[in-house]
Design a protein around this ligand. Sequence first.
Ligand code: ADP
Ligand code: MG
Length: 416
Amino acid sequence: MQVRRLSLTNFRNYARLELDLPEGVILLHGDNAQGKTNLLEAIYFLATTRSPHASQDAQLINWDAMMTDEPVVVGRIVADIERPDNPCHLEMRLIVEDSGNWARNGQSAFRREALVNRRKVRLMDLLGHLRVVLFLPEDVDLVTGPPANRRRYLNVTLCQVDSDYCRDLSAYNKVLEQRNALLRRMAEGQTRNAADVLQILTEKLVEPGSRVIQRRARFIAEMGREAQEIHFQDLIGGKESLRLGYLPGWSANGRRAVDEQLADGEALQADPDIGAVAERFAAELAAAQPADLGRGSSSVGPHRDDWAVLVNGKDLGMFGSRGQVRTGVLALKLAEINWMKATTADIPILLLDEVIAELDLHRREALLAYITNQVRGKGMAQALLTTTDPGMFPDDFLSQATGLRIQAGRVIAGEP
Ligand SMILES: Nc1ncnc2c1ncn2[C@@H]1O[C@H](COP(=O)(O)OP(=O)(O)O)[C@@H](O)[C@H]1O
Ligand SMILES: [Mg+2]
Protein backbone atom coordinates (compact mmCIF):
# COMPACT_ATOMS: atom_id res chain seq x y z
CA MET A 1 0.00 0.00 0.00
CA GLN A 2 0.97 3.62 -0.46
CA VAL A 3 -0.01 7.05 0.71
CA ARG A 4 -0.76 8.88 -2.51
CA ARG A 5 -1.80 12.23 -1.18
CA LEU A 6 -1.45 13.68 2.28
CA SER A 7 -3.24 16.81 3.50
CA LEU A 8 -2.59 18.32 6.88
CA THR A 9 -4.43 21.17 8.54
CA ASN A 10 -3.28 22.62 11.85
CA PHE A 11 -1.24 19.54 12.61
CA ARG A 12 1.93 20.32 14.63
CA ASN A 13 3.97 22.91 12.71
CA TYR A 14 2.00 22.33 9.49
CA ALA A 15 -0.68 25.00 9.25
CA ARG A 16 -1.62 23.69 5.82
CA LEU A 17 0.02 21.02 3.69
CA GLU A 18 -1.00 19.39 0.41
CA LEU A 19 1.51 16.76 -0.61
CA ASP A 20 1.56 14.19 -3.40
CA LEU A 21 3.79 11.27 -2.55
CA PRO A 22 5.40 9.01 -5.15
CA GLU A 23 5.97 5.30 -4.68
CA GLY A 24 9.35 3.90 -3.69
CA VAL A 25 11.84 5.49 -1.35
CA ILE A 26 11.24 9.05 -0.17
CA LEU A 27 13.95 10.90 1.70
CA LEU A 28 12.72 13.80 3.81
CA HIS A 29 15.67 16.02 4.57
CA GLY A 30 16.23 19.35 6.23
CA ASP A 31 17.61 20.99 9.34
CA ASN A 32 16.48 20.15 12.84
CA ALA A 33 13.02 21.18 14.03
CA GLN A 34 11.58 21.75 10.53
CA GLY A 35 8.82 19.12 10.62
CA LYS A 36 10.33 15.87 9.32
CA THR A 37 9.32 13.78 12.33
CA ASN A 38 5.95 15.53 12.48
CA LEU A 39 5.17 14.36 8.97
CA LEU A 40 5.92 10.73 9.83
CA GLU A 41 3.88 11.17 13.00
CA ALA A 42 0.87 12.31 10.96
CA ILE A 43 0.97 9.17 8.82
CA TYR A 44 1.48 6.99 11.89
CA PHE A 45 -1.44 8.67 13.63
CA LEU A 46 -3.75 7.91 10.75
CA ALA A 47 -2.66 4.27 10.77
CA THR A 48 -2.86 3.69 14.52
CA THR A 49 -5.10 6.49 15.90
CA ARG A 50 -2.33 7.36 18.34
CA SER A 51 0.80 9.36 18.59
CA PRO A 52 4.06 7.43 18.91
CA HIS A 53 4.90 9.70 21.84
CA ALA A 54 2.88 9.55 25.00
CA SER A 55 2.53 13.33 24.83
CA GLN A 56 -0.71 15.20 25.40
CA ASP A 57 -3.07 14.96 22.45
CA ALA A 58 -3.78 18.67 22.40
CA GLN A 59 -0.10 19.20 21.59
CA LEU A 60 -0.78 17.77 18.14
CA ILE A 61 -2.79 20.83 17.13
CA ASN A 62 -0.91 23.73 15.64
CA TRP A 63 -0.13 26.23 18.39
CA ASP A 64 -0.93 29.31 16.31
CA ALA A 65 -4.38 27.88 15.58
CA MET A 66 -4.91 27.34 19.32
CA MET A 67 -4.07 30.96 20.03
CA THR A 68 -6.84 32.45 17.90
CA ASP A 69 -10.24 33.45 19.33
CA GLU A 70 -12.03 30.54 17.65
CA PRO A 71 -13.73 28.46 20.38
CA VAL A 72 -13.36 25.25 18.37
CA VAL A 73 -10.12 24.34 16.64
CA VAL A 74 -9.84 21.39 14.29
CA GLY A 75 -6.69 19.67 13.17
CA ARG A 76 -6.94 17.31 10.22
CA ILE A 77 -4.91 14.49 8.77
CA VAL A 78 -6.31 13.34 5.43
CA ALA A 79 -4.84 10.77 3.06
CA ASP A 80 -5.62 8.93 -0.14
CA ILE A 81 -4.42 5.39 0.23
CA GLU A 82 -3.60 3.22 -2.72
CA ARG A 83 -3.99 -0.51 -2.13
CA PRO A 84 -4.18 -3.55 -4.35
CA ASP A 85 -7.72 -4.39 -3.29
CA ASN A 86 -9.53 -1.16 -2.54
CA PRO A 87 -8.13 2.34 -2.47
CA CYS A 88 -9.57 4.51 0.25
CA HIS A 89 -9.81 8.00 1.64
CA LEU A 90 -9.01 8.37 5.32
CA GLU A 91 -9.49 11.30 7.61
CA MET A 92 -8.71 11.92 11.25
CA ARG A 93 -10.03 15.03 12.95
CA LEU A 94 -8.52 16.32 16.15
CA ILE A 95 -11.02 18.60 17.79
CA VAL A 96 -10.38 20.98 20.65
CA GLU A 97 -13.58 22.32 22.08
CA ASP A 98 -12.64 25.12 24.45
CA SER A 99 -9.39 26.36 23.08
CA GLY A 100 -9.53 29.57 25.13
CA ASN A 101 -9.19 27.45 28.22
CA TRP A 102 -6.13 25.78 26.74
CA ALA A 103 -4.43 29.13 26.26
CA ARG A 104 -5.09 29.99 29.90
CA ASN A 105 -4.22 26.76 31.68
CA GLY A 106 -3.28 24.08 29.18
CA GLN A 107 -6.56 22.24 29.80
CA SER A 108 -9.22 21.68 27.20
CA ALA A 109 -11.63 19.10 25.90
CA PHE A 110 -10.07 17.07 23.15
CA ARG A 111 -11.65 14.45 20.94
CA ARG A 112 -10.87 12.55 17.79
CA GLU A 113 -13.12 11.69 14.89
CA ALA A 114 -12.36 9.15 12.20
CA LEU A 115 -13.75 8.98 8.68
CA VAL A 116 -13.34 6.30 6.05
CA ASN A 117 -14.40 7.27 2.54
CA ARG A 118 -15.98 10.40 4.04
CA ARG A 119 -18.22 8.49 6.42
CA LYS A 120 -17.79 8.72 10.16
CA VAL A 121 -16.67 5.49 11.79
CA ARG A 122 -15.58 4.41 15.25
CA LEU A 123 -11.87 5.05 15.86
CA MET A 124 -11.36 1.31 16.00
CA ASP A 125 -12.71 0.97 12.48
CA LEU A 126 -10.12 3.32 11.07
CA LEU A 127 -7.51 0.67 11.88
CA GLY A 128 -6.43 -1.70 9.16
CA HIS A 129 -6.94 0.67 6.22
CA LEU A 130 -3.42 2.01 6.40
CA ARG A 131 -0.60 -0.03 7.90
CA VAL A 132 2.80 1.27 8.85
CA VAL A 133 5.95 0.11 10.55
CA LEU A 134 7.57 3.02 12.35
CA PHE A 135 11.16 3.03 13.54
CA LEU A 136 12.31 5.87 15.81
CA PRO A 137 15.72 6.29 17.43
CA GLU A 138 14.02 6.06 20.84
CA ASP A 139 12.68 2.60 19.97
CA VAL A 140 15.61 1.12 21.89
CA ASP A 141 13.25 1.76 24.83
CA LEU A 142 11.23 -1.11 23.49
CA VAL A 143 13.91 -3.46 24.71
CA THR A 144 15.39 -1.54 27.64
CA GLY A 145 12.31 0.31 28.94
CA PRO A 146 9.46 -0.80 31.21
CA PRO A 147 6.99 -3.59 30.29
CA ALA A 148 4.31 -1.01 29.46
CA ASN A 149 6.35 -0.06 26.35
CA ARG A 150 6.34 -3.65 25.16
CA ARG A 151 2.62 -4.11 25.80
CA ARG A 152 1.92 -0.93 23.89
CA TYR A 153 3.96 -2.29 21.01
CA LEU A 154 1.97 -5.54 21.02
CA ASN A 155 -1.29 -3.63 21.01
CA VAL A 156 -0.43 -1.08 18.34
CA THR A 157 1.03 -3.71 16.03
CA LEU A 158 -1.70 -6.29 16.48
CA CYS A 159 -4.52 -3.74 16.26
CA GLN A 160 -3.26 -2.68 12.83
CA VAL A 161 -3.84 -6.16 11.43
CA ASP A 162 -6.42 -7.83 13.63
CA SER A 163 -9.71 -6.13 14.41
CA ASP A 164 -10.83 -9.08 16.57
CA TYR A 165 -7.81 -8.55 18.78
CA CYS A 166 -8.60 -4.87 19.08
CA ARG A 167 -12.19 -5.62 20.08
CA ASP A 168 -11.13 -8.25 22.61
CA LEU A 169 -8.57 -5.91 24.11
CA SER A 170 -11.10 -3.14 24.45
CA ALA A 171 -13.67 -5.49 26.01
CA TYR A 172 -11.05 -6.84 28.40
CA ASN A 173 -9.95 -3.36 29.48
CA LYS A 174 -13.53 -2.31 30.14
CA VAL A 175 -14.25 -5.27 32.44
CA LEU A 176 -10.84 -4.89 34.06
CA GLU A 177 -11.64 -1.29 34.94
CA GLN A 178 -14.94 -2.34 36.52
CA ARG A 179 -13.29 -5.17 38.41
CA ASN A 180 -10.54 -2.90 39.70
CA ALA A 181 -13.06 -0.30 40.82
CA LEU A 182 -14.97 -2.98 42.72
CA LEU A 183 -11.81 -4.45 44.27
CA ARG A 184 -10.80 -0.97 45.39
CA ARG A 185 -14.15 -0.36 47.07
CA MET A 186 -13.99 -3.77 48.70
CA ALA A 187 -10.43 -3.18 49.93
CA GLU A 188 -11.54 0.12 51.44
CA GLY A 189 -14.45 -1.61 53.13
CA GLN A 190 -17.04 0.47 51.28
CA THR A 191 -18.79 -2.50 49.75
CA ARG A 192 -20.05 -5.57 51.53
CA ASN A 193 -21.55 -8.69 50.05
CA ALA A 194 -20.10 -7.96 46.64
CA ALA A 195 -18.65 -11.44 46.19
CA ASP A 196 -21.28 -12.30 43.56
CA VAL A 197 -20.51 -9.26 41.46
CA LEU A 198 -16.79 -9.93 41.77
CA GLN A 199 -17.38 -13.48 40.61
CA ILE A 200 -19.28 -12.27 37.56
CA LEU A 201 -16.68 -9.69 36.62
CA THR A 202 -13.90 -12.25 37.07
CA GLU A 203 -15.66 -14.68 34.76
CA LYS A 204 -16.22 -11.92 32.21
CA LEU A 205 -12.48 -11.24 32.11
CA VAL A 206 -11.61 -14.77 31.08
CA GLU A 207 -13.00 -14.91 27.57
CA PRO A 208 -11.62 -11.72 26.00
CA GLY A 209 -8.49 -11.98 28.16
CA SER A 210 -7.70 -15.50 26.97
CA ARG A 211 -8.05 -14.48 23.37
CA VAL A 212 -5.70 -11.54 23.94
CA ILE A 213 -3.17 -13.88 25.58
CA GLN A 214 -3.49 -16.43 22.81
CA ARG A 215 -3.05 -13.86 20.05
CA ARG A 216 -0.06 -12.29 21.74
CA ALA A 217 1.61 -15.65 22.29
CA ARG A 218 1.14 -16.52 18.64
CA PHE A 219 2.41 -13.10 17.57
CA ILE A 220 5.56 -13.44 19.66
CA ALA A 221 6.20 -16.89 18.18
CA GLU A 222 5.66 -15.66 14.61
CA MET A 223 7.72 -12.52 15.12
CA GLY A 224 10.47 -14.56 16.77
CA ARG A 225 10.83 -16.69 13.66
CA GLU A 226 10.91 -13.66 11.35
CA ALA A 227 13.34 -11.72 13.54
CA GLN A 228 15.71 -14.62 13.86
CA GLU A 229 15.93 -15.01 10.13
CA ILE A 230 16.64 -11.34 9.58
CA HIS A 231 19.05 -11.15 12.47
CA PHE A 232 21.04 -14.06 11.11
CA GLN A 233 21.07 -13.28 7.46
CA ASP A 234 21.28 -9.58 7.09
CA LEU A 235 22.63 -8.06 10.24
CA ILE A 236 24.94 -10.39 12.05
CA GLY A 237 25.94 -13.06 9.62
CA GLY A 238 24.95 -16.01 11.75
CA LYS A 239 27.09 -15.26 14.79
CA GLU A 240 24.36 -14.74 17.35
CA SER A 241 21.03 -16.36 18.03
CA LEU A 242 17.94 -14.26 18.60
CA ARG A 243 14.76 -15.43 20.24
CA LEU A 244 11.60 -13.75 21.51
CA GLY A 245 10.00 -14.95 24.70
CA TYR A 246 6.48 -14.30 25.92
CA LEU A 247 6.24 -13.60 29.65
CA PRO A 248 2.60 -14.06 30.64
CA GLY A 249 1.21 -11.75 33.32
CA TRP A 250 0.71 -14.26 36.11
CA SER A 251 1.07 -12.85 39.58
CA ALA A 252 3.78 -15.27 40.69
CA ASN A 253 6.08 -14.05 37.94
CA GLY A 254 7.43 -11.20 40.00
CA ARG A 255 9.03 -13.78 42.27
CA ARG A 256 10.06 -16.30 39.63
CA ALA A 257 13.23 -16.65 37.58
CA VAL A 258 12.96 -15.41 34.01
CA ASP A 259 13.71 -18.93 32.76
CA GLU A 260 10.63 -20.28 34.49
CA GLN A 261 8.51 -17.46 33.12
CA LEU A 262 9.86 -18.10 29.64
CA ALA A 263 9.03 -21.78 29.90
CA ASP A 264 5.49 -20.76 30.77
CA GLY A 265 5.36 -18.42 27.81
CA GLU A 266 6.80 -21.05 25.50
CA ALA A 267 4.09 -23.47 26.49
CA LEU A 268 1.59 -20.81 25.45
CA GLN A 269 3.45 -20.06 22.22
CA ALA A 270 3.65 -23.71 21.29
CA ASP A 271 0.16 -24.73 22.27
CA PRO A 272 -2.17 -21.81 21.93
CA ASP A 273 -5.33 -23.84 22.38
CA ILE A 274 -7.95 -21.38 23.57
CA GLY A 275 -9.58 -23.79 26.03
CA ALA A 276 -6.28 -24.47 27.78
CA VAL A 277 -5.43 -20.76 27.90
CA ALA A 278 -8.82 -19.93 29.41
CA GLU A 279 -8.49 -22.66 32.00
CA ARG A 280 -5.04 -21.46 33.02
CA PHE A 281 -6.12 -17.81 33.14
CA ALA A 282 -9.18 -18.64 35.26
CA ALA A 283 -7.02 -20.67 37.65
CA GLU A 284 -4.50 -17.85 37.98
CA LEU A 285 -7.30 -15.34 38.65
CA ALA A 286 -8.75 -17.59 41.35
CA ALA A 287 -5.36 -18.11 42.98
CA ALA A 288 -4.66 -14.38 43.02
CA GLN A 289 -8.08 -13.33 44.31
CA PRO A 290 -7.27 -13.14 48.04
CA ALA A 291 -4.25 -10.97 47.30
CA ASP A 292 -6.23 -8.86 44.82
CA LEU A 293 -8.86 -8.22 47.49
CA GLY A 294 -6.11 -6.98 49.78
CA ARG A 295 -4.42 -4.68 47.27
CA GLY A 296 -7.63 -3.50 45.65
CA SER A 297 -6.68 -4.26 42.04
CA SER A 298 -6.18 -7.14 39.61
CA SER A 299 -2.68 -8.58 39.63
CA VAL A 300 -3.11 -11.23 36.95
CA GLY A 301 -3.79 -11.04 33.24
CA PRO A 302 -2.68 -9.60 29.91
CA HIS A 303 -2.47 -6.10 31.39
CA ARG A 304 0.60 -7.44 33.25
CA ASP A 305 2.15 -9.26 30.28
CA ASP A 306 5.67 -8.75 29.12
CA TRP A 307 7.97 -10.21 26.50
CA ALA A 308 11.72 -10.30 26.06
CA VAL A 309 14.27 -10.37 23.30
CA LEU A 310 16.94 -12.99 23.98
CA VAL A 311 20.31 -12.89 22.29
CA ASN A 312 22.37 -16.03 22.81
CA GLY A 313 19.83 -16.98 25.47
CA LYS A 314 20.29 -13.79 27.51
CA ASP A 315 17.76 -11.01 28.03
CA LEU A 316 18.87 -8.27 25.64
CA GLY A 317 17.29 -5.52 27.74
CA MET A 318 19.32 -6.53 30.79
CA PHE A 319 22.59 -7.71 29.34
CA GLY A 320 22.87 -6.31 25.81
CA SER A 321 25.41 -3.71 24.77
CA ARG A 322 24.05 -0.57 23.13
CA GLY A 323 25.08 -1.89 19.74
CA GLN A 324 23.40 -5.23 20.34
CA VAL A 325 20.21 -3.51 21.49
CA ARG A 326 20.13 -1.36 18.35
CA THR A 327 20.65 -4.37 16.11
CA GLY A 328 18.02 -6.33 18.00
CA VAL A 329 15.44 -3.55 17.60
CA LEU A 330 16.32 -3.18 13.95
CA ALA A 331 15.83 -6.92 13.40
CA LEU A 332 12.51 -6.63 15.21
CA LYS A 333 11.31 -3.79 12.97
CA LEU A 334 12.30 -5.56 9.77
CA ALA A 335 10.62 -8.70 11.09
CA GLU A 336 7.48 -6.64 11.69
CA ILE A 337 7.37 -5.71 8.00
CA ASN A 338 7.66 -9.35 6.96
CA TRP A 339 5.17 -10.43 9.57
CA MET A 340 2.62 -7.86 8.39
CA LYS A 341 3.13 -8.89 4.80
CA ALA A 342 2.57 -12.53 5.68
CA THR A 343 -0.44 -11.81 7.87
CA THR A 344 -2.30 -9.33 5.69
CA ALA A 345 -1.17 -10.19 2.16
CA ASP A 346 -0.31 -6.53 1.73
CA ILE A 347 2.80 -4.47 2.28
CA PRO A 348 2.99 -1.90 5.07
CA ILE A 349 4.64 1.48 4.64
CA LEU A 350 7.99 1.85 6.31
CA LEU A 351 8.63 5.04 8.31
CA LEU A 352 12.24 5.46 9.44
CA ASP A 353 13.07 8.49 11.51
CA GLU A 354 16.77 9.39 11.72
CA VAL A 355 17.77 5.84 12.49
CA ILE A 356 20.48 5.71 9.88
CA ALA A 357 22.61 8.07 11.97
CA GLU A 358 22.37 5.66 14.89
CA LEU A 359 23.81 2.66 13.08
CA ASP A 360 27.38 1.71 12.37
CA LEU A 361 28.47 1.52 8.74
CA HIS A 362 27.93 -2.21 8.36
CA ARG A 363 24.38 -2.16 9.71
CA ARG A 364 23.55 1.06 7.89
CA GLU A 365 24.51 -0.60 4.61
CA ALA A 366 22.62 -3.77 5.50
CA LEU A 367 19.48 -1.77 6.25
CA LEU A 368 19.65 0.44 3.15
CA ALA A 369 20.36 -2.59 0.97
CA TYR A 370 17.38 -4.33 2.51
CA ILE A 371 15.14 -1.37 1.72
CA THR A 372 16.31 -0.88 -1.86
CA ASN A 373 16.11 -4.60 -2.59
CA GLN A 374 12.62 -4.76 -1.19
CA VAL A 375 11.51 -1.74 -3.21
CA ARG A 376 13.12 -3.05 -6.40
CA GLY A 377 11.56 -6.46 -5.98
CA LYS A 378 8.19 -4.86 -5.14
CA GLY A 379 8.40 -6.32 -1.66
CA MET A 380 7.85 -2.81 -0.36
CA ALA A 381 5.80 -0.14 -2.03
CA GLN A 382 6.78 2.93 -0.09
CA ALA A 383 9.36 3.87 2.50
CA LEU A 384 9.77 7.30 4.06
CA LEU A 385 13.09 8.11 5.68
CA THR A 386 14.18 11.31 7.39
CA THR A 387 17.62 12.77 7.82
CA THR A 388 19.39 16.02 8.57
CA ASP A 389 22.32 14.83 6.49
CA PRO A 390 21.74 13.17 3.12
CA GLY A 391 25.53 12.85 2.91
CA MET A 392 25.25 9.78 5.10
CA PHE A 393 23.51 7.89 2.30
CA PRO A 394 25.40 6.22 -0.53
CA ASP A 395 24.92 7.70 -4.03
CA ASP A 396 23.39 4.48 -5.23
CA PHE A 397 20.66 4.84 -2.63
CA LEU A 398 20.12 8.54 -3.30
CA SER A 399 19.76 7.99 -7.02
CA GLN A 400 16.74 5.77 -6.33
CA ALA A 401 15.09 8.02 -3.78
CA THR A 402 12.77 10.97 -4.20
CA GLY A 403 14.11 13.84 -2.13
CA LEU A 404 11.77 16.24 -0.36
CA ARG A 405 13.20 19.15 1.53
CA ILE A 406 11.30 20.13 4.68
CA GLN A 407 11.57 23.69 5.88
CA ALA A 408 9.54 25.32 8.63
CA GLY A 409 6.42 23.23 8.06
CA ARG A 410 6.60 23.36 4.28
CA VAL A 411 7.70 20.80 1.76
CA ILE A 412 9.99 21.91 -1.00
CA ALA A 413 10.59 19.36 -3.73
CA GLY A 414 14.27 18.92 -4.43
CA GLU A 415 16.98 16.34 -4.56
CA PRO A 416 19.37 16.26 -1.63
N1 ADP B 1 1.52 21.77 18.07
C1 ADP B 1 2.54 22.38 17.45
N2 ADP B 1 2.35 23.55 16.78
C2 ADP B 1 3.37 24.18 16.18
N3 ADP B 1 4.62 23.73 16.17
C3 ADP B 1 4.88 22.55 16.79
C4 ADP B 1 3.85 21.83 17.46
N4 ADP B 1 4.39 20.70 18.00
C5 ADP B 1 5.69 20.74 17.66
N5 ADP B 1 6.00 21.84 16.95
C6 ADP B 1 7.29 22.25 16.42
O1 ADP B 1 7.69 21.35 15.42
C7 ADP B 1 9.09 21.38 15.34
C8 ADP B 1 9.65 19.99 15.42
O2 ADP B 1 9.33 19.31 14.30
P1 ADP B 1 9.99 17.90 14.06
O3 ADP B 1 9.15 17.26 13.05
O4 ADP B 1 10.23 17.17 15.31
O5 ADP B 1 11.39 18.39 13.46
P2 ADP B 1 12.49 17.56 12.72
O6 ADP B 1 12.52 18.13 11.33
O7 ADP B 1 13.74 17.86 13.46
O8 ADP B 1 12.11 16.14 12.75
C9 ADP B 1 9.62 22.12 16.53
O9 ADP B 1 10.06 23.37 16.11
C10 ADP B 1 8.41 22.21 17.43
O10 ADP B 1 8.47 23.35 18.19
MG1 MG C 1 13.03 14.64 13.83
